[in-house]
Ligand binder design. Sequence first.
Ligand code: SAM
Length: 232
Amino acid sequence: PSLHSQRHQFVVDFVRKNKPNKVADLGCGECRLLKRLKFQRNIELLVGVDIDGAKIKKKMQGLAPLSTDYLQPTYDQLHIDLYQGSVTQRDARLRGFDLVTNIELIEHLTLPDLELFSSVVFGYMRPASVIVSTPNSEFNKLLPGLTGFRHSDHKFEWNRSEFRSWALQVCLDYGYEAEFTGVGEAPQEQQESVGFCSQIAVFQCFNVLPDRDEEEVFSYTLVYSVNYPTLR
Ligand code: SAM
């Protein structure tokens, strides 16, 4: 499977194991991860957010129920919402989730925006779990013909220690703990020295209770919303 698919599979496996009810994918792009997650029956609310509304709209119809879903409903409950919005801005509708995923998103943010991202996701949304994946720059030397970053829109690419120190600071600032892993393996003899192609941190919150004094802000624009036909 492609690296892209391996990153999404990592999230699917996490969902199978941890059974979150409310899941949001930030930087959802063309909704490919969401299309895989909608088959996980424990999920009752599935939300995608991307700054690029046109990108969301391109393939979002693929999230619609099929005629068989109407003829023979198999869901207890599933609602899907897609928003155009930036992860640097707060929106009250994104609070109280069980899982928020950020797959190959943070490296597209400037460092000031990354600070805002941390305060929005970990400080304001305060989901129970957060998954962040980003390129591991140590792996780049194994990618043939690559000079510079893997993508022209990347604002940075971190090595394992830079990613770790960012994640551990987030944990201290917002009351989370993190575990580190990745997908995309190097040849056996180099695995240890370069690490995974995509590095992943899985964060768990100590205390999911949001700050009660926060004002209710709605800065995202709803672009798609659907209720799946249910069994009952
Ligand atoms: N997560 C998807 C995946 O795994 O295929 C897409 C990853 S793509 C490399 C990065 C995505 O982040 C793009 O769709 C881009 O529009 C989005 N993005 C960049 N900056 C953003 C921001 N400030 N807020 C929300 N989305 C953003």
